[in-house]
Design a protein around this ligand. Sequence first.
Ligand code: GRF
Length: 201
Amino acid sequence: MKGVILISGSGSNLQSIIDNTAKIDLDIQAVISNKEEAFGLKRAKIENIPTHVLNHTQFPTREAFDQQLSQIIDQYNPDIIILAGFMRILTAGFTRKYVGKILNIHPSLLPKFQGLNTHQRALDAGENEHGVSIHFVTDELDGGPIIAQSRIQVLTNDTAESLAKRVLTEEHKLFPKVIHCFAQGRLSLKDNHVILDNQCL
Ligand code: GRF
């Protein structure tokens, strides 16, 4: 299965996917970042994966950025587009074009805490549990159909940082598994509903 991975930052999820490519039957065709300084680009280069930087500040509109992004993606004709810490809102035109083949990872138990600063918001809300969600991307920000979640307990002395660390550990385990399900044809999106054979997780 051919995949393109979009990032904006450290790329620790990218790394966990790279480390599992053989196991999950994924051929990473390219890594695209909207930030030149994203450490994930270095991780990709070490693995000889083609990289692209698309600086969103150089585009007049979101549509113009997404059009260029789409052109780069289409060069690779991927089966899956993986948002692994890609911190840009995508336009409806873009998400509709690829519906059913874009997956995003979000550090909260959606539908709770869409958007940013999820760990602090979970603490502020007095949550007992927190976690990560992986979902199909639709034109609703962090609102597409949920594929899988992994939970952690919130401890009395937790900070946003300690929560982020434990959630990230879960992210690194869950994302490769979900991608593998997709590669095996055991995960798909039909009429905005997730079709998943849970045994592959
Ligand atoms: C992760 O917590 C991901 O869920 C969120 O941004 C973070 C990216 O981390 N969307 P990394 O770049 O994969 O290390």
